[in-house]
Design a protein around this ligand. Structure first.
Ligand SMILES: *[C@@H]1O[C@H](CO)[C@@H](O)[C@H](O)[C@H]1NC(C)=O
Length: 347
């Protein structure tokens, strides 16, 4: 009798250990819910729908993150593959997936010097004809997703690191007014979406951050609606701007009357494999961004990572020999950085 009771207890204890925590319980202490409890709108991730058949990945994504940003399928090359002929099939399926799973949809992006359709480069344009093509694209896409997008990344990466304008077909043909035209077209098509300018290396004071501040001031003085700036925040372990540098720069943007979003956070190792000490540094670097956003209060509504699992990180294919940038290892176990940022949000 006693033996049976003990055996039953051991079995129960083993079962409790072996049974995975139900998704709802994990969600109740998820990164997103911790961020929401800290006053943020969400903690999100970028993703691709070809990853949605990876069940273990999806389990973590749905349990931990409150918003989804499509990494590719809303980009111009997908949505207007030939001039005037629109294809929203992949973007629609991404948007439906987000809605069905109760996730906020962050829409990305409208005008960028990459991932635009090849028919643009195979023709010659006047400022007027390219403006028309650009605003038609924005009007069509933003109208198509009207009411579904929490935010739109309207113009992506318009500056060089030294703060000069990046030469691209839009700037070279239309001039700097392509930015104002883009924001105006987006605002007209969906007045309720949060419209933001997005870039990297603008997270701490410097020439590029100053250029973005000047752009925001210029758009505001022209009466153009710009709601926020997106700080991509692709950092390198040990070279990440400090908490106080990031706080200072976020405050400078907020002082211009825009909100600040951390939109694509990841912190990569420039050489692999990482050491234990390196993993602690990575955690501190993640904490600097999350801590600066936490300190800015309601003016920094949300944070997103550019995917959360090293299996799907964009880093190794872009920066050869670098990587391990995400919050989770490829086997979906969390790195120290996950607990690190949770502790910042709880504090
Ligand atoms: C997951 O991968 C990391 C990095 O390779 C390793 O350190 C860790 O032990 C692995 N965890 C599990 C549970 O396999």
């Amino acid at each position: 009798m006693q033996f049976e009771v003990i055996t039953a207890f051991i079995c129960l204890a083993w079962l409790a250990k072996a049974t995975p925590v139900p998704l709802e319980e994990r969600a109740s202490s998820s990164l997103n819910s911790i961020a929401v409890a800290a006053g943020k709108k969400f903690f999100g991730t970028a993703t691709n729908q070809d990853q949605f058949n990876d069940a273990s990945y999806v389990d973590v994504m749905l349990a931990q993150f409150g918003s989804l940003t499509p990494a590719n399928v809303q980009k111009w090359q997908y949505t207007e593959p030939s001039q005037g002929s629109y294809d929203y099939s992949q973007g629609d399926s991404f948007a439906s997936y987000a809605a069905e799973n109760g996730k906020i949809l962050c829409c990305d992006n409208l005008v960028w010097y990459q991932q635009y359709p090849s028919w643009i480069d195979s023709q010659s344009w006047t400022a007027e004809s390219l403006s028309e093509v650009m605003t038609n694209h924005i009007t069509s896409e933003v109208s198509h997703y009207k009411g579904k997008c929490y935010s739109w990344n309207v113009v992506n990466e318009a500056f060089n690191d030294d703060g000069t304008w990046r030469e691209n077909v839009f700037y070279n043909t239309i001039g700097e007014d392509y930015i104002a035209q883009s924001f105006a077209a987006a605002a007209a098509a969906d007045p309720n979406a949060i419209l933001y300018y997005n870039d990297y290396n603008i997270e701490s004071p410097g020439a590029k951050a100053t250029a973005v501040e000047n752009l925001i001031s210029s758009l505001k003085s022209q009466g153009i609606k710009i709601d926020a700036v997106g700080l991509e925040s692709h950092f390198i372990v040990g070279e990440t701007p400090s908490l106080s540098q990031q706080q200072q720069q976020m405050q400078a943007y907020a002082n211009l009357g825009v909100d600040v979003f951390v939109t694509e956070l990841d912190v990569r190792f420039s050489s692999l494999p990482p050491t234990e000490q390196g993993l602690q540094q990575q955690s501190e670097d993640y904490q600097a961004s999350v801590g600066a956003c936490a300190a800015l209060g309601s003016k920094c509504p949300a944070i997103s990572v550019w995917d959360f699992d090293d299996t799907y990180s964009w880093i190794p294919s872009t920066f050869s020999g670098q990587g391990d940038a995400d919050l989770y290892w490829a086997n979906l176990t969390a790195k120290p950085a996950l607990a690190g940022i949770e502790s910042v949000l709880v504090a």
